[in-house]
Write a protein that binds this ligand. Sequence first.
Ligand SMILES: Nc1ncnc2c1ncn2[C@@H]1O[C@H](COP(=O)(O)OP(=O)(O)OP(=O)(O)O)[C@@H](O)[C@H]1O
Length: 573
Amino acid sequence: MATVVGLGGVKLHSFNSKPFSSFLGKKLNLKTLSKSNTHKNFSTLRSKNLVVFASGGEILNLVHDLFLGVGVGLPCTVMECGDMIYRSTLPRSNEITLTVPGVILAMSTLSYLWATPGVAPGFFDMFVLAFVERIFRPTYKRDDIVLGKKLGEGSFGMVYRASLGKKQSSKDGEIVLKKATEYGAVEIWMNERVRRACANSCADFMYGFLENSPKKGAEYWLIWKFEGESTLADLLQSKEFPYNVEAMILGEVQDLPKGMERENRIIQTIMRQLLFALDGLHSTGIVHRDIKPQNVIFSEDSRTFKIIDLGAAADLRVGINYIPKEFLLDPRYAAPEQYIMSTQTPSAPSAPVATALSPVLWQLNLPDRFDIYSTGLIYLQMAFPSLRTDNALIQFNRQLKRCDYDLIAWRKTVEPRASPELRRGFELLDLDGGIGWQLLTSMVRYKARQRISAKAALAHPYFVREGLLALSFMQNLRMRFFRATQQDYSEAAKWITQLMAKSGTEREGGFTEAQLLELREIEPKKKSNAQRNALASALRLQRKVIRTVKESVDELNQQRKSLWWSRWIPKEE
Ligand SMILES: Nc1ncnc2c1ncn2[C@@H]1O[C@H](COP(=O)(O)OP(=O)(O)OP(=O)(O)O)[C@@H](O)[C@H]1O
């Protein structure tokens, strides 16, 4: 038996088939060893020049046994892994081996990428769909458009009814044109996103481009299909509401006795259409932020309500219009939080970071619940005719604020001395075991986190009425489930915190005095006054530096941001 010993004197391998003397004093290289074909494990010696310098076989045997005995040496010596190495030289199987951790990791990654607002669909949308759409969609320019009567004038642009003159094809009916200031770019972006992701949610957007005129400078022109004459605000003002909507949705007036049941059904249909449109927007990561009856148009072609005016919308998939400082949200319909994202995050991160973090930021802030609050107020106006005027709504908002945005508390204060009209509203919401009232109270809440989402609202038992009045067993169960899941869990958290802070008594439980003392001792010792002042000044300085750096980065980001996505807006050739 022969042993090859490495330069450090550590045993490397044994050869059983060749006399050891034939290797003695020789510098072995790979070729020599391969030729001699002494052992199938030569591959382990590849790239090493080895010198055999051991003497007597006995000494070597002794050393060999010693090393093997204590498990030291090259792995192959110890593990007898010749077979393994041999197997590794066989052709590999191409099969993918499934492991539980691998599957869990893959599933988690996939669900993260597909979670609202959708990182993966976002990439597909931006780099494939947007590109393909740009090639195939018809484009328009200023000269194609013949202006008609003015429909509206907002602080950021003018809206006209118009037609497409010579370029009009038989399927293009009339159009609506908005000439907007620089904020039109955001609106074009949002409308294009919506057209690709959830076209039925909003008015049918046709084209948008940047038009440079010597007189007016740069203006964004946006074109939509003319959807119809009436917004929900117009319809709500009519004494006939909600019967005027029923006629529009069904295309005919029903020959049925008027009554609360029928009104409830119509309001239910409007709410379902509104929530459906909102769900489409929210699922793609867009929050409208200006949901109000004036921005809900009745589409005569599809006989449904659609959302318009995406000028104040935010695209949280890529962080566009994160906090539009310039927009004053409509105070009549705005949720109490005013901002959809935490003010701790005053500006959107850069697009790739915003995209990567979007599922986390979405879950942390639940920005979609801002629109849900506004939709709840629309529902309230539909149920209570007396709240349909601006003044009445403003008055209601004040009352609700005084009740800490607690609708149940508001009801308790107004119901005892309610007018017959107000009482009728409560009766309508109380139909079917108060299912409508339950939906309303889960939409109009102070805390965004406690408000129901559009998707959950669509699954609410309010929308799956079977009989006329009675709720089925399953609906009852679902309603109970909804009530249970809409509880204020933060109250529970507060209770636990308080409990932790209280000294241990038999009644309260919590920490004992001794435990609290222990905790207190872990706290850093108080510094002397001079030390504390110095620390405070240092902290102030640090905060100031961070703020300045942050503001500069924000400014830079802002410039970069306005650059990167305005590249997507076509310019008039
Ligand atoms: N696609 C459409 N089809 C029919 N009418 C429309 C359409 N889009 C807008 N309108 C009409 O134009 C009006 C103004 O539109 P929009 O709200 O988008 O403009 P705006 O300048 O933002 O107005 P405001 O600032 O008052 O909200 C709407 O109230 C509606 O009557």
